[in-house]
Design a binder for this molecule. Sequence first.
Ligand code: ADP
Ligand code: MG
Length: 334
Amino acid sequence: MYDLKNRRIFLKRSQYPNLTLEDLYLGAAISIYSRQLKVVEYGDNFTKSHFENQRERTFAMIKPDCYNHIGKIIDRIIQEGFKITNIKMHRFTVNQARQLYSEHDGKQFFQDLVNFISSDISVGMELIAGNAISKWKDIIGPANSHTARVDAPQSIRAAYGSDGARNAVHGSESADRAAREIDYFFSLPGNTATYSNCTCCVIKPHALTNAGRIIDMIISEGFEISALQMFNLDKPNAEEFLDVYKGVLPEFSGIVEHFTSGPCIAMEIRQENPVESFREICGPLDPDVARSSKPRSIRAIFGIDRIQNAVHCTDLPEDGLMESEYFFRILSKN
Ligand code: ADP
Ligand code: MG
């Protein structure tokens, strides 16, 4: 790799174990020796034709009837081998729901569908896998949840759907629709953050494969997730967000570096005494300490070491609001 700005070689052919083939897809933000790069195109036509099928994209969405099962559904998605390359919680307006489902405009169920989709929060995702569109359709099952329970008992709709309309999840019909739905959903303005009685939790890059389980723990412990979005932090952002730990934590620079090594998922979390009560379920900063003193905490279960300790959580009660604002007001572009 050649550094155009400084006119010198940046990287010779070499091994870089922190990065796998899995991490390379169009649009991916990757970090190599602390330098952040974006994958914008295939190197040549051979690579393109070889990988394009393995990197099919689809749009998946958890509908408003399934808030309680968000974590379980995300975990199923990951276990089935999809890569979640973008995710965001959103509350649709009636008009936005009409736009997303424009292919059904004029059908007899259209108004009910639009009312249902705009009734509460949804979680939209861009998923990548080989044959992602048909694979996801198979996993979600037929539109009618009763039919799903008979014909596809292992499907997501069989497990979590209620009827023909409230059927837990959405999946795109074609590559063309997937591209349109992804572009549409992720350009919708605003987010669901409330900036009240809140704390901030960030699932760190190494723990993204456990994101579903972590989210499920948070919801089943009675916390409300009031905003959720994937971010790629660059070094200045990570340093700014973690500023209070500078000179306090010996592994500060390691933590910053880990935060910039791949995508993370930020959440606004609510409850009474949100910061203190949420710190309890995260457990002590050091996962080894957590495993002996709080074996059921998030860091005990999903943490590796003091840097890769699964989640960041707000430490000081007065910072909960500020940290939520940092992600959902300052960094969130739309
Ligand atoms: P799918 O979501 O499986 O692609 P469709 O594209 O046919 O199914 O329909 C879109 C959504 O509209 C369905 O997921 C469901 O929520 C709703 N819907 C479809 N058919 C009906 C119906 N007959 N009555 C009520 N709602 C329906
Ligand atoms: Mg459809």
